[in-house]
Design a protein around this ligand. Structure first.
Ligand SMILES: [Zn+2]
Length: 454
């Protein structure tokens, strides 16, 4: 057993001093005052992070890792359509295995350096570059392997995409029965790996047929995991749904009988008020991706309304222009202020937790929830996935002098800079030490990315 402690430890929604974390075989056994933990496990090996605070790791619940290769080139197109046609699809078509692996290692390394310990990787590049032969699990295993080499826990959202009509979509396309069989086989392959969960993910209403979506929801039931779908990201998605299903996006899912507690919507910017209410009633959840939504001009996710309706909301880094879960949570909340020209938007959302704690949850426990991971908070039974930050880092001063709630605010308001992250642990094992990723060195990473550019 190990007993981890730091100057401040995040427990019960605030940072407490003289507290620690007792860990056995990668899982949290107890969190509490150090004397109590020492009495509980006298022989435990003690690790103290002096001058640091210890918090649950961040979760990016929605990521397309290969899109890091669009950085610089794909940031300023004229429109979403222009971005898709002139940047996204050409990248997809040209992506070989080495480039995909380089992108994954780059993206996941940057997440680890930002204190992210788990990622929901929404993977839809399934067929081989050039000849579009089904590669079965080859590319999926490449991406999962990259996450594991860096050390992240991964909720692998294996996409079903059976409505491809364009050249640029050919690498996503497969008949839905094949996609289901491959997702089931992939889940079986990783069934014994505690760091990997495979989840079905019908791409969207325009990318997946009704049959694919129904089969994915049934498979999620069989695998006992959540399932994810892009929904109502842009206004066009609403008109598409009305035209092709006769309903607004969420009512289409409801009508088809697939909406339930396993359903996780990605984006949901243009959900109507009755849809938000319905999502809450069915126990569904949502992942918001504010930086990507801003970059693509999608709109502002109605975070406050969703939380008020009782929908659990997590955050994702999506196209990974940034890889920092706390930055996404902070941005999601700040956009509410911009939208309503008023501060304090989340304070009254459920009459309970103060605003900084709510924002903190978006970046941590809510992310773990939507990926079906036993992580996201430092509680007995959960995996010991945590991050330590340097209290003397300029990004944390002076809040770090006070600790407690001020430190929660620092994580979610002024923001923890990557420079503050010192150590990152996943399942009780270090993946970042002294600000360096252990699984891959910088020179190799840079060389791989250089190679990916050809
Ligand atoms: Zn996405």
């Amino acid at each position: 057993m190990e007993l981890y402690s730091a100057d401040w430890v995040h427990t019960a929604r605030t940072f407490q001093s003289a507290h620690g974390l007792l860990v056995d075989r990668g899982r949290v056994v107890a969190v509490g005052p150090l004397p109590e933990l020492r009495a509980q496990a006298p022989g435990a090996r003690e690790v103290h992070f002096a001058g640091q605070a210890l918090a649950p790791g961040g979760v990016s619940a929605h990521s397309h890792c290969f899109q890091v290769l669009l950085r610089g080139a794909g940031d300023h197109p004229r429109s979403f359509k222009d971005w898709v046609e002139r940047h996204l699809y050409p990248l997809v078509l040209s992506l070989d295995e080495a480039a995909l692996e380089a992108a994954a290692l780059l993206c996941f390394s940057q997440m680890a350096l930002a204190g992210v310990t788990a990622v929901g990787e929404f993977h839809y590049v399934h067929t081989r570059q050039g000849d579009f032969t089904p590669d079965d699990a080859r590319l999926a295993e490449l991406v999962i392997g990259a996450a594991r080499r860096v050390g992240l826990r991964v909720g692998f959202l294996r996409t079903l995409y059976d409505r491809a009509s364009r050249e640029g979509q050919k690498r996503f396309a497969e008949p839905w029965p094949d996609a289901i069989a491959r997702t089931r086989a992939l889940a079986a392959r990783y069934a014994d790996d505690p760091c990997v969960r495979v989840l079905p993910a019908p791409h969207s209403l325009h990318g997946a047929s009704r049959e694919a979506i129904e089969a994915a929801a049934a498979l999620a039931e069989e695998l006992d995991v959540p399932w994810h779908i892009h929904l109502a990201e842009q206004q066009d998605d609403v008109s598409y749904a009305k035209e092709h299903t006769g309903f607004t996006p969420l009512f289409a899912l409801e009508r088809w009988g697939v909406l339930g507690p396993r359903t996780t919507l990605v984006h949901g910017i243009w959900l109507t008020e009755p849809e938000r209410k319905l999502l809450a009633e069915r126990g569904g959840a949502l992942v918001t991706n504010p930086t990507t939504n801003m970059l693509l001009g999608d709109g502002i996710c109605p975070l406050r309304e969703l939380l008020e309706a009782g929908v659990p909301v997590a955050v994702g880094t999506d196209m990974n222009a940034t890889c920092n879960a706390w930055l996404e949570a902070r941005t999601a909340e700040m956009l509410q202020r911009v939208d309503r020209l008023e501060m304090g938007q989340l304070s009254a959302a459920d009459g309970g937790q103060p605003q900084p704690g709510r924002v903190f949850d978006l970046a941590t426990k809510n992310g773990a929830r939507v990926l079906g991971l036993e992580a996201g908070s430092l509680e007995p039974g959960r995996w010991a996935d945590f991050v330590t930050v340097d209290l003397d880092d300029p990004s944390l001063l002076p809040a770090s002098l006070d600790g407690g709630d001020a430190l929660v605010s620092a994580f979610t308001g002024s923001m923890v800079a990557e420079s503050a992250v010192r150590n990152v642990y996943v399942g009780g094992r270090p993946i970042v030490q002294a600000g360096q990723v252990l699984g891959i060195d910088r020179a190799e990473l840079a060389a791989r990315v250089r190679g990916a550019r050809g």
